[in-house]
Design a protein. Structure first.
Length: 154
């Protein structure tokens, strides 16, 4: 029986990533033509840790940065989102163990400006951190979003 991997192990286990691939016929209906990158988890983490206080980034912006870095048409939306979640949990794990202070993962929003319920502590913790930094979080339908988040994007 193997022990469960830590978030840090998941973050640094690149499994041969990043990987650039051609957009095939099935994907082209959604993504157009060209190439896409499946990033390494640590690449997403490295972008998330650079967001300064008062600023925000969305998963879409992270994808654009990754596509530019790898000279591809796009970055995979599914893996980029999953890797943001892994980065957030690895950050909290590092803080809890006293290893380091972690990264400001709460400054990374979903593409529509909404908070990510899958981050550590859920919506409440992300909302708390964002409001501590002066952002106004409002409820819009069933989602919580940062009001005027576009004005704070890096």
């Amino acid at each position: 029986m193997s022990s469960k991997k830590t978030w840090k192990e998941k973050l640094y286990n690149s499994k041969g990533l990043p990987k650039v691939q051609n957009i095939d016929e099935n994907m082209s209906k959604r993504w157009g033509t060209g190439t896409f990158v499946i990033p390494a988890p640590v690449e997403v983490y490295e972008i998330m840790k650079t967001v300064p206080e008062g600023k925000l980034i969305t998963v879409s912006e992270i994808r654009q940065l990754l596509a530019g870095k790898h000279n591809t048409t796009i970055a995979c939306p599914l893996t980029t989102g999953i890797f943001a979640w892994i980065a957030a949990n690895a950050s909290e794990e590092a803080k809890a163990s006293g290893e380091d202070e972690g990264i400001p993962y709460w400054r990374t929003l979903k593409s529509d400006g909404s908070l990510n319920e899958k981050y550590p502590g859920g919506i409440d913790q992300q909302k708390f951190y964002l409001e501590m930094e002066g952002h106004k979080v409002i409820k819009k339908g069933k989602k919580y979003i940062v009001e005027n988040f576009q004005k704070c994007l890096i």
